[in-house]
Design a protein around this ligand. Structure first.
Ligand code: SF4
Length: 366
């Protein structure tokens, strides 16, 4: 059995750790690139969202490399995600690949459902081995996200642009190769220290921009053309609530115990949107309301044709919380120069607003 699955950010690293510890043959397709996208676009039904196209491209590339068991996220929510695995399975069969498709409905199957799938993939390894491998995968996931949070803070204030990104790339490799908990901890502490020691402009106050929107495009840099890196180059500090480690913690462990991390955000959205509209649309509205006073602006990432985010986009422009929102529609037509022009214009606008605000405050003080 050779396992293949789509990419989403650095998620392949915790999965690789998990599968290695269980001696599962894991075929990692190339990280998202132009070929992945063009394969996905060529074989997807027209009008489907970019997460479908990129994940289809990944599955095709995994099958080309010999994967015969494909894992794909699924769900029973309101949007098209619930159809992804079935549709992609059919497309791959039509292309002549012979494989088994396994749908991972983490939110529905919860922790035990996921562990049962892993048990099967591992050819019924003992439970203690599965739990131990799973814990190590989670530890890598947490380490990746912890380092990334520091990178987000350093990017806008570093004196030599690109230093934090270079360290982050090295940290990702080191976390990937760490073979035990001690090494992993050491790597995490070491890179956080190195990031904190980068030469920074301590007098510069970066603009704060929140990133919200659909889960996949928020977390997959290829699909959003590295929007966070580009904002960092423009001296903007990015804040984002969506991290896979947080999502895993709640979906697998805390939600079943009755803890709902989204209750606060749904409450904030409630005056404008009272129900789930699929995907992350409800949360996008809530994030704008919740953080209106804390952020200078919000970048709303939405896959083109994504109904939940279209609903959110239209509501976000009507809320009384007055904070600029730039919606970026992500699809295969999006090009970097166009996106950079929009980011620069947005940052100019935020800077002007901040100057006006500061001036008004000074006048009140005088
Ligand atoms: S939330 Fe939007 S982009 Fe994501 S699967 Fe659903 S429709 Fe597609």
């Amino acid at each position: 059995m050779r396992i293949g699955m789509p990419h989403m950010g650095n998620l392949y690293i915790p999965f690789k750790a998990l599968f290695q510890r269980l001696d599962i043959d894991y075929v990692i397709p190339p990280v998202n690139n132009r070929r992945t996208l063009s394969l996905g676009v060529r074989y997807s039904p027209e009008g489907l969202c970019i997460p479908f196209k990129l994940t289809l491209g990944n599955l095709i590339e995994a099958a080309e490399l010999g994967a015969d068991t494909l894992l794909m996220a699924g769900g029973s929510g309101i949007c098209r995600l619930g159809y992804y695995a079935k549709t992609q399975e059919q497309i791959l069969r039509d292309l002549g690949y012979d494989f088994e498709m396994i749908q991972l409905g983490v939110s529905e199957q919860k922790l035990f459902g996921l562990l049962k799938i892993i048990k099967r993939l591992s050819n019924y390894a003992p439970w203690f081995k599965i739990i131990s491998a799973f814990r190590f995968g989670l530890a890598k996931l947490n380490a990746l996200d912890k380092v990334e949070r520091v990178v987000q803070k350093v990017r806008p204030v570093e004196r030599i642009k690109g230093t934090a990104n270079r360290l982050f790339t090295k940290a990702i490799d080191a976390i990937d190769t760490a073979g035990d908990y001690d090494t992993l901890k050491k790597v995490q502490v070491d890179y956080v220290n190195q990031l904190n020691q980068i030469d920074k402009d301590t007098r510069y106050e970066p603009l704060i921009v929140g990133i919200t929107g659909e889960f996949y495009v928020v977390l997959e840099p290829f699909s959003n053309l590295d929007v966070e890196i580009e904002l960092g180059k423009l001296g903007v500090e990015v804040r984002r609530a969506t991290f896979v480690s947080e999502w895993t913690k709640f979906s697998l462990f805390l939600n079943p115990l009755g803890m709902n991390e989204k209750a606060r955000i749904h409450k904030a959205a409630h005056p404008y949107l009272k129900r789930d509209v699929g995907g992350d649309g409800w949360e996008s509205v809530g994030e704008k309301v919740l953080h209106a006073k804390e952020y200078d602006g919000i970048i709303h990432l939405a896959p083109f044709t994504c109904m939940p985010e279209i609903v959110a986009q239209n509501i976000m422009s009507t809320t009384k919380e007055n904070i600029p929102v730039l919606t970026i529609l992500c699809d295969e037509q999006m090009a970097k120069p166009g996106m950079l022009t929009r980011l620069e214009a947005f940052v100019d606008l935020l800077e002007r607003k901040r100057r006006v605000r500061n001036k008004a405050r000074q006048q009140v003080t005088v």
